[in-house]
Ligand binder design. Structure first.
Ligand code: HEM
Length: 181
């Protein structure tokens, strides 16, 4: 997993619980780099999950909720770092439908070592989309937060239903997103 993900996770945690609490938590975790992540490095995804769990123990906020909060945070980072992807899309559903064949394709060109999920999308009408997530990594809640961040960014309100599909060969779930009028 890209170092930028770790750098942003630590930045979010510092914003919420402060730098010294984050330093203490990093010291207590068994991390490959002692918590000194570089934006250009690559680190195991299991370490991101372990960090979220450590922040969860410290704050009492369930880790699923923190991972989702982090997805929203990361979406804001993507908007400010890669604005061009967002400006030519009419709405959040068009943006979400473009992640697999446009956005993550470009990400792979820039960072061949990136570990990305696969998405299938199906338009269910002008205001509805079904998006299936498949990944070797179980980042359902992170993905949920990214979807919510995308909806917020375009100024919509939406109902999001999440359906668990598999945890055996791969991790998969489907999001059905209905924009509210
Ligand atoms: C401009 C917008 C976006 C950019 C530049 C981008 C880029 C990236 C990058 C760099 C990673 C990390 C890969 C790694 O750690 O090796 C990632 C992961 C991920 N992205 Fe995107 N992304 C964007 C938008 C989105 C959106 C809107 C979604 C919502 C569905 C999404 C879903 C994910 C998920 C779920 C992962 C975690 C990897 C996994 O679960 O296997 N991304 N993305």
């Amino acid at each position: 997993m890209k170092g930028i993900v770790f750098v942003e996770l630590i930045r979010m945690a510092e914003t919420v619980i402060g730098e010294s609490a984050v330093d203490d938590i990093l010291d207590q975790c068994d991390l490959s780099t002692d918590g000194a992540y570089s934006t250009v490095g690559n680190y195991p995804c299991s370490e991101m999950i372990a960090l979220v769990e450590a922040f969860s123990r410290h704050t009492g906020t369930p880790s699923a909720e923190l991972q989702r909060m982090f997805g929203k945070w990361m979406h804001e980072h993507f908007v400010s770092s890669y604005p061009a992807f967002f400006t030519d899309k009419p709405d959040a559903l068009a943006m979400l439908a473009a992640i697999e064949d446009e956005v993550h394709v470009e990400v792979r060109k820039l960072y061949p070592e990136a570990e990305l999920p696969r998405f299938e999308t199906e338009r269910l009408g002008a205001d509805a989309l079904r998006m299936t997530y498949r990944s070797p990594r179980p980042l359902y809640d992170f993905c949920h937060g990214l979807v919510e961040g995308c909806i917020d960014h375009f100024g919509h309100r939406a109902d999001i239903r999440r359906e668990h599909l598999s945890d055996t060969k791969e991790h998969a779930c489907a999001f059905t997103i209905n924009l509210r009028a």
